[in-house]
Design a protein around this ligand. Structure first.
Ligand code: SAM
Length: 196
């Protein structure tokens, strides 16, 4: 078990430094899902400083995680945090752009939590690494509540573009017959896509 103080410190530092991490409700849902479905092998796209990876690895001693981060500062902080939590044998960190990573392994769960405009591409690239009946879980489907706002009320052109892409991803998941997707109103909105 990872010392609660270590996890609390990582979370506080992430919040102080404006590093985006999963919300408390979202992470509680994710951990519960991992436990109830006996998930053992996880791929995470978007490590940030390792907060969610450490929380997921804490669910059971035989969980193994591969996690990808392209930002060097965050990656180095994650290496430090994961070592501190003594999880370096169970969490493999890849310092790369996820689009440059090619994996052969198959995972029970793929957690997509990286650039929100790229979710369709992440989904398409990594679904071959999912076991049959495995799950792809995507965070931030509500994008801080902005997805429910009429587009003309969003001032920033960039944000409008992002919201449009998240809406496209929503439609892509709904129309994807290889998966059954449930949209769950927890945290910042989670999409749970189970491979048929
Ligand atoms: N999962 C983390 C947690 O809850 O503790 C938070 C991840 S944060 C929301 C998203 C991270 O994805 C950022 O640190 C960003 O640098 C990384 N990222 C975005 N696009 C990426 C890509 N194409 N490849 C690798 N990392 C990426």
């Amino acid at each position: 078990m990872v010392d609660k103080k270590i996890i609390d410190d990582i979370k506080r530092r992430a919040e102080d430094e404006d590093v985006p991490i999963m919300t408390d409700d979202g992470i509680a849902f994710l951990l519960d899902y991992i436990e109830k479905n006996n998930i053992k092998k996880i791929l995470e796209i978007g490590t940030a400083v390792g907060y969610s990876a450490i929380k997921m690895a804490s669910v059971a001693d035989d969980i193994e995680i591969t996690t990808i981060e392209r930002d060097e500062k965050r990656y180095l902080e994650a290496v430090k945090n994961i070592k501190n939590a003594k999880l370096q044998d169970r969490i493999t960190l890849l310092f790369k752009d996820a689009f440059d990573v090619n994996l052969e392994d198959k995972f029970d769960l793929i957690f997509i939590d990286a650039a929100k405009a790229q979710s369709i591409n992440f989904f398409e690239k990594f679904s071959k690494n999912l076991k049959d009946h495995g799950t792809i879980l995507t965070d931030n489907m509500k994008f801080h509540g902005l997805v429910d706002k009429p587009l003309h009320e969003i001032e920033s052109r960039n944000v409008r573009g992002l919201v449009r892409k998240i809406n496209n991803y929503h439609d892509f998941l709904e129309e994807n017959d290889d998966f059954i997707t449930q949209f769950i109103d927890v945290g910042d909105g989670i999409a749970l896509s189970i491979k048929r």
